[in-house]
Ligand binder design. Structure first.
Ligand SMILES: Nc1ncnc2c1ncn2[C@@H]1O[C@H](COP(=O)(O)OP(=O)(O)O)[C@@H](O)[C@H]1O
Ligand SMILES: Cc1cn([C@H]2C[C@H](O)[C@@H](COP(=O)(O)OP(=O)(O)O)O2)c(=O)[nH]c1=O
Length: 230
């Protein structure tokens, strides 16, 4: 059995990598960007080499996908097409950004990953979760995070933090409630690799809990920044 906090290197995972892959997930305006920034500051202070990134959009292809799926001015996009667009972004993101950084032995901190597709496109858009997960795992070479931090947000609370709404954020309350339940179901399925925190907690207390959970992972596999090639 995998010990708690140990990096996941499943035997069926051809992409067992050297680095540590950390993902922040949660509903819109849950505080992911804020926590990615806080974690970056902490990793910098510790001298750990890291890359921060996000989905959708952190590649040339991803930027095009992001514009298509988020612009309120986009024409009609059906649930399956939307799902495949997000998954195309993910495939490119792993090939171009996440995988190479992990191969360099870095800590990779991503704002969203596969769970967002399962929560938004399967739970939110009523696509079959098994199908969506199978395609998303194929697209990402089954690369799974060592730790996913789920900032669990009550959609009614998140709305207060939103200013201008993109195409997904404009969906109704029921959609966002299904998304929340979708995220929580994923965390319940695999508690060893998740840290679920209420998004209402203070910024400081959330980042403290993240650091505590991450510390043992860093001790095992991280590469100090001063040993990196660049
Ligand atoms: N724990 C928190 N408590 C209160 N406000 C927060 C908290 N975390 C983030 N915020 C604020 O909520 C807004 C959305 O946060 P952000 O980090 O951009 O969320 P996301 O990246 O999940 O959309 C920002 O104005 C941010 O300052
Ligand atoms: C990565 C991903 C995001 N999304 C949605 C969630 C967000 O509403 C939107 C990304 O917007 P973004 O502004 O990056 O996120 P946030 O609102 O958390 O700051 O795309 C999906 O529907 N599926 C996915 O696979």
């Amino acid at each position: 059995m995998t010990p708690p906090h140990a990096p996941r290197a499943a035997s069926n995972d051809p992409r067992a990598r050297r680095g540590v892959f950390v993902v922040f997930e949660g509903g819109d305006s849950a505080g992911k960007t804020t926590q990615v920034r806080a974690l970056s500051r902490w990793l910098t202070e510790r001298g750990v080499a890291f890359t921060t990134t996000h989905e959708p959009g952190d590649s040339w292809l991803g930027a095009q996908v992001r514009r298509l799926v988020l612009s309120p001015d986009s024409g009609p996009i059906g649930p399956r097409a939307e799902c495949l667009l997000y998954i195309a972004d993910k495939a490119q993101h792993v090939d171009e950004v996440v995988g190479p950084a992990l191969d360099r032995g870095e800590v990779v901190v991503s704002d969203r990953y596969v769970d967002s597709t399962i929560a938004y496109q399967a739970a939110g858009r009523f696509l079959a979760a098994d199908d969506v997960e199978t395609i998303a795992r194929w697209a990402t070479g089954s690369l799974r995070p060592h730790l996913t931090v789920l900032l669990d947000v009550d959609p009614d609370h998140a709305v207060n933090r939103l200013h201008t709404k993109d195409r997904i954020e404009r969906e109704g309350d029921d959609f966002h409630r299904r998304v929340r339940a979708g995220f929580l179901a994923l965390a319940e399925r695999d508690p060893e690799h998740y840290l679920v925190l209420p998004a209402r907690d203070s910024i400081g207390s959330i980042s403290q809990r993240v650091r505590e959970r991450l510390e043992p992972l860093l001790a095992e596999v991280s590469v100090p920044a001063d040993t990196m090639g660049s």
